[in-house]
Ligand binder design. Structure first.
Ligand code: ZN
Length: 305
């Protein structure tokens, strides 16, 4: 028997989710820019060049109550890193991303190794082959796991085909690692939801579950308001079957103010939405664009109640 004096996180994220809901974290890019990162530059390089800034952002979320700390590796595939001349550094940058997140997460939070879209379309719409994309995801995820990620988050996907390759790549690296799969949905004229590639909730979520995702859901999405996320959550709960559901909304629908895109939902509005998402069956609630540690503190309180 192994009795621990300090409260430790349960090693298995999925067992922990069965016991109760967990709070995710919020936006990374805007907080890096607030610390001086130039728009369009390589945010992942900060994991090596300025790790103390990335750790400070992770710590702010951890202190706000986030139990899931998402690595700074959204653009961490060779395709995106190539745009910054860093394709050769896939492994090192992803290892560093997981290590800095691990430093901030401590013993009682999980590190989610973040994987974003590869940035181009698969054949026949685009030029990328399935093998190329699977290989690229695998390189990235190997680094994230080597750096200490507890689970892999494949996020902001529009193409279920690309999502499936991400999930398969994670399980090729470690057959037992939990995979969290989230799509960006947008609202259709008839009030339904589809990805940018036209996939319905049932199709996109069903394919992620079939590919082995343990947690499925939505993040980001263009122009969804907070009520939309609650409606979307109900659809995802039905489509997800036995899988747990995660919703990481933007801080409200984006608004254009003085030529800038801004997100204006208050922490109190996000907390109210979090309570409604829990009632609708969500098990992980965090934030996407425009969310800050202040929003996450409010969400964490709502999730803990
Ligand atoms: Zn977003």
């Amino acid at each position: 028997m192994n009795f621990s004096i300090r409260p430790m996180k349960q090693n298995n994220l999925i067992e922990a989710l069965a016991a109760g809901p967990l709070c995710g974290d919020g936006a990374m890019g805007t907080l890096l820019m607030a610390r001086g990162m130039a728009g369009g530059s390589c945010g992942m390089a900060w994991n090596i060049d300025q790790p103390e800034d990335v750790i400070a952002i992770h710590r702010a979320y951890r202190e706000a109550g986030s139990r899931l700390i998402t690595t700074n590796s959204f653009g961490g595939s060779r395709f995106i890193l190539a745009l910054h001349g860093r394709a050769a550094d896939v492994r090192d940058l992803n290892i560093a991303a997981a290590k800095v997140a691990r430093t901030a997460a401590g013993d009682d939070a999980w590190v989610l190794g973040d994987v974003g879209p590869c940035g181009d379309f698969l054949e026949p719409v685009g030029d990328l082959t399935e093998d190329e994309v699977r290989d690229a995801f695998r390189d990235q995820i190997e680094g994230l796991i080597a750096g200490g990620a507890d689970a892999i988050l494949v996020e902001t996907m529009s193409d279920p085909g690309e999502m499936i390759l991400g999930i398969e790549a994670a399980h090729a690296c470690d057959p037992n690692i939990p995979v969290i799969a989230t799509y960006a949905f947008q609202k259709t004229a008839d009030g339904g939801f589809r990805t940018m590639m036209g996939s319905t909730v049932a199709d996109a979520i069903g394919k992620a579950v079939d590919a082995g995702a343990a947690v499925v859901g939505a993040n980001c999405g263009s122009s969804l308001d907070l009520d939309d996320y609650v409606t979307l959550c109900k659809e995802i709960v039905v489509a997800g079957g036995p899988a747990h559901v995660i919703i990481q909304p933007n801080a409200g629908a984006p608004q254009q103010v003085g030529g800038q895109t801004v997100y204006l939902a208050t922490p109190a509005q996000m907390a109210d939405t979090a309570r409604r998402l829990l009632d609708a069956g969500a098990r992980i609630i965090g934030g996407c664009c425009g969310t800050t540690p202040e929003h996450l503190a409010a969400i964490a309180k709502a999730v803990a109640m």
